[in-house]
Design a protein around this ligand. Sequence first.
Ligand code: RAM
Length: 538
Amino acid sequence: MTRYIGLLLLTLFSLPVFADVKWEGDRQRWLAIADSLKPTLIKDTIRPRKVVRAVNDKAAYQSWRYDSVGNPDDLLFSKSFKDVKEITLDFGQHMTGYLTFRPKTLYRCQDAPVRIKFFMAEFPSELNTPLDPWKGSLSRAWMQDEVVTITAMDEYITIPRRQAGRYLKMELLGSSPDFDFGVDDVYFTAVTSADKDNVEELENLSPMMQKINDTAVETLKECMQTVFEDGPKRDHRLWSGDLYLQSLVNRHTFKNFDLVKRCIYLFAGLADDDGIILSNIFEDPEPHPQYGSLCLPYSLLWNSTLLEYLKDTGDMETGEDLWKVAKRQMEEGLDFVDANYLFNPTAKPGYWFFIDWRDGLDLNTPMQGSIIFALDQTYELAKLLGKEKEVSEWPKIADKMRKASLRDLYDKKKGYFVSGPDKQVSLLSQAWMIKGDVIKGKEARKAIENAQIAEGVVMPGTPYGTHYVVESMLKAGMDKEAYDYIEDYWGGMVRKGADTFWESYDPDNDYISAYNFHPLNSSCHAWSCTPVLFLHKK
Ligand code: RAM
């Protein structure tokens, strides 16, 4: 009988709710609020510090490192560029912004165009791995090699494309025999909406943890532009899952809550016709979503971002304004819960489920946790706004999902959760079950420990997934292990030369890439900035 009522309730909650989306009239107002919060960017001029030479070194990250060979004044600015021909400059730090240079006539006058290739890169192998024939699964045009044809000398030229990186390779592609020229200045105008003055220093950290914290803060700073971008080299856009983690770190660092509000409103104003928050948004020429990109865990995390924003700011007006959007996301999420209170990935067409980029990761159990967590969080949001009567069934559904998880996804003998038809063991299954409070305390600890030593355990392949694993370890009371993991994982990137934290990282495979070609990886990726959060909680 109880089961029958459960099924009935679930069916009611699963009814298509398209007709309920009544906020068409709000869209323009929401986008106007977002627009009014667009920040003015802070600018900084940075000049190259060194001239460097690439060294192929098997011990270096992705087999390439740079050695200093001198300074730009001696080796570039005072020379004929026809003699220099090719040079690599190191700016000494990761930068996001615009490159400017000045070609200068040295002998006679320009009688033909000059052509120079400017190739900006975040990490050494990006400049030293042949790009063509192109193997990447995303566009070749993400690579930052720009050919400039110069028709007028002795004036500053700025490359219009916004770029991100630390190293710049300049290569002469064409010049005239009848005149000579040099490049007597190169600088970068770095931009960010992050105000470093708001960042409070952490005390009593070990030198490595301090370095990890600083690198993470730098990573977030670089990604804070007119929205919270995922990565300033690639993809230059606002993703909901990334925003959730960025907003949590922003709380402890730059405290730019207006930027969080702007991003929350952009997502709401650009939800699809059924009211679903799309996974990502572009700003230019006008804000628009990636149409049709329905990523359930990311729509649900938008609710968490809203909840955390309300906790940070007490801005209940925004909460009131957007409650119906949050409710709609949760209703959609419940459509993916079957009669047995388990996640069903095929419940609706057109969706993808992102938990981590690790190849072969089974998503069933992590997604079960993601929906339970969203139920808890959205209910908390409802309570904060005095709306809990509207959704009084949600805590019951969450509990039924917890019971179903223990019944069908938990291997009692082994003491860990498994996922999918092949009963895959992954750390991310444990992490999301713990995030959804399916198990707690000692049992949670055991699940992580047992999974860690299970044969063939699937590890996360990105700092995004690793974030949730560390968070679950802390929740399970494994403080020492969690901080050791941070030191080992994020510290591993520092030891391999990171100025900012990377999109993908596997301590055992420097060439890991979600796009079939490691130079395409973003090496300043916002979702990797979360050690700050854990270090603040310490
Ligand atoms: C990539 C980006 C982004 C992430 C999505 C799922 O394209 O790295 O950060 O959120 O994947």
